[in-house]
Design a protein around this ligand. Sequence first.
Ligand code: MRU
Length: 350
Amino acid sequence: MIKTLEWTSAGVVFIDQTKLPTEETYVTCKTYQEVADAIVTMIVRGAPAIGVAAAMGVALGTNQAQANTIAELRPQFEKICDDLAATRPTAVNLFWAIRRMKDKFSEVDSQPVAQIKSELIKEAQRMYIEDIAACEAMGRNGAVLLPKSGGVLTHCNAGALATCGYGTALGVIRSAVSSGSKINVYADETRPFLQGSRLTAWELQHDGIPTTVIADNMAGAMMRLGKINAVIVGADRIAANGDVANKIGTYSVAILAKEHNIPFYVAAPWSTIDLATATGEQIPIEQRSPKEVTHHAGKQVAPTGIAVENPAFDVTPNKYIAAIITERGVAKAPYSESLRALEKAETVTA
Ligand code: MRU
């Protein structure tokens, strides 16, 4: 299995996603600041993965804090949480994970400092295991929705590399393929960061799942030619009404799917659902460096000084979404009701 991230005695280890697909190298972050940098520079990326990375960063930083008493530890813990929360704004998993570490801290704050540190490490490790289990449950819940054979389009990377393992959208594909479906995945290259061509294609090839890379502007033509039977993507934040923030370009794919009568599915763990945010309008969208657009593979591809926009995510309104697949079950419209109902449900276990 691909190891996206791992807690080790030497620090938090990440596969360096900026180097894939040509180099498989690993980075060991020895301090929480290094973990924060790894999230900002996208050595680790993908909503569930950055959530667990942040939790591990909190555990790492707190474990290294010089403190003999809770009064000395608490302000350091809070600064670590604030610094990690400031890394990326859109994926709610990051804030969910930090919240969970804060809740654990409050639960154990009457214990000796060494015990608090060890409880935080255990909590981060638990989140890692739970994330993989959630992906596997999503896979089981969603596999039946995919065609028994044909083309399935995905955008960005919602795979093992975006999670602690197995993946959300790619987890559903993996599960369908292991139950015998003959799927050819179409991977949008996903400009400007190329998560589709660099990461999705790499990990599906690794697993021997037939995959075809297309430039983003080819998706409509592939649909028109009848090569796509379903679309499945991940999510960075899902509002209470089912609006979905995901990688820039997802919205265009959803509209294309609607026009061609192709079902458009979203797979995401419960940690991506943000019932406190009413609609997609309120989801903060990360703006990244213009250089990601003006430069490609180190070469300038736009005139110096040209105006650039580089929002990293867009919002797909709920009306385009055929179903939201979670580890707790599958939600369908009206999402404001189905997501609330799933809030009370348990994770579906094997
Ligand atoms: O900017 P990224 O690469 O972190 O964006 C990732 C995505 O948009 C993914 O589709 C999303 O996080 C779902 S991952 C299971």
